[in-house]
Design a protein around this ligand. Structure first.
Ligand SMILES: Cc1cc2nc3c(=O)[nH]c(=O)nc-3n(C[C@H](O)[C@H](O)[C@H](O)COP(=O)(O)OP(=O)(O)OC[C@H]3O[C@@H](n4cnc5c(N)ncnc54)[C@H](O)[C@@H]3O)c2cc1C
Length: 299
């Protein structure tokens, strides 16, 4: 991270909200569900599938967790009605994990039952390492009740190859590097190491006949993934690339043109400010967009 970027990340809390809003508009569809659905339709017209994620996490209030669950139930219905090639992604702490595990599982089961009745799919986003076990356990529980779920594994965690070995063959897995700052005892922290581990995990997942959402914008990782796909003669039944809304659209276009399936993760919701601050803090590249927003005349 350059000196300027490091400084910017440090002073983020003092960045005016309107500047963050300007940067966020590229990475977040909007505050309302209709903005997310419109973005999903646009991307579908471009040939991509999508995942909608209502922003929110670490909810401490039961009513708020129930509200989030209800919003997801409604969203699943909307997606079906609009026949969009789109699924949903949920953070367990958004639907009550930090309040009561059983309550969270209940909410998740409701989502699973509804998704199953509509032919939908629900991905469990992965949060920091303190939630890895409980998320994987929740996945096993609800997947047995309603087989419409997928999980996320983080290549940076030292445990990930063991987690892959313990998952049932054919599990639907999104593989990403991991966005949280984790202690070195449990995580690889060097960029080159995380990359290498990503490719190892990807191979292990393919060995176990898992469907893999290859969630990375890292050209090095994407090149290796493409080589593996070719060498193993994999098809759209085995994998898709996954990218975040607003990140490297040219790469997305190129992958689509080459015939790969690409899914775009679309965050939306009132909680855009907290989400954007996290993105800004965690990815110095995003911080550069803040500098640009400062320098570009306000429209
Ligand atoms: C679809 C999807 C779902 C994800 N779900 C989870 C999850 O459930 N749990 C979790 O811990 N992490 C999740 N992540 C985040 C992931 O773990 C990484 O932190 C993130 O993707 C950055 O890693 P990278 O592999 O893209 O490589 P990097 O080396 O970090 O990035 C490569 C290049 O991509 C661009 N880039 C990457 N990220 C951003 C960004 N946010 N904004 C602007 N430009 C960017 C930059 O140009 C950068 O140089 C998800 C990522 C994606 C794509």
């Amino acid at each position: 991270m350059g000196v300027l970027q490091a400084l910017l990340v440090k002073t983020l809390p003092r960045v005016p909200r309107r500047i963050v809003a300007r940067v966020a508009s590229r990475y977040v569809a909007g505050a309302e569900v209709i903005a997310a659905l419109t973005t999903a339709q646009r991307l579908s017209d471009e040939g991509a599938t999508t995942t909608l994620a209502l922003l929110g996490e670490e909810v401490a209030d039961r009513a708020a967790a129930s509200e989030a669950t209800a919003a997801y139930l409604q969203l699943l219905t909307e997606l079906k009605q609009r026949a969009l090639p789109c699924n949903v992604s949920v953070k367990l702490t958004h639907i009550g994990l930090d309040i009561d595990r059983d309550f969270c599982i209940e909410n998740l089961t409701r989502l699973g039952a509804h998704a199953q009745s509509l032919g939908g799919f629900v991905r469990l986003d992965m949060e920091d390492h303190t939630r890895t076990d409980v998320t994987l356990d929740a996945y096993r529980t609800v997947q047995q009740r309603h087989p419409v779920f997928g999980v996320v594994l983080q290549a940076m965690l030292r445990r990930t190859l063991d987690d892959i070995a313990a998952l049932p063959e054919g599990t639907n897995v999104r593989l990403c590097k991991g966005i949280y700052r984790e202690p070195e005892e449990i995580a690889f922290v060097r960029h080159s190491e995380v990359r290498q581990k990503f490719v190892e995990a990807l191979e292990a997942l393919f060995d176990r006949q898992c469907f893999v959402g290859i969630a990375s914008h890292d050209r090095w990782v994407v090149e290796r993934a493409r080589a593996l796909i070719t060498a193993r003669k994999l098809t759209a039944r085995d994998y898709e690339f996954q990218m975040l809304l607003g990140v490297l659209p040219k790469m997305r276009q190129r992958l689509l043109e080459e015939g790969h399936a690409v899914r775009v993760y679309i965050p939306y919701g009132e909680d855009w400010y907290a989400y954007s601050m996290r993105r800004l803090r965690e990815n110095p590249t995003v911080a550069l967009h803040v500098i640009r927003a400062f320098l570009t005349p306000w429209r």
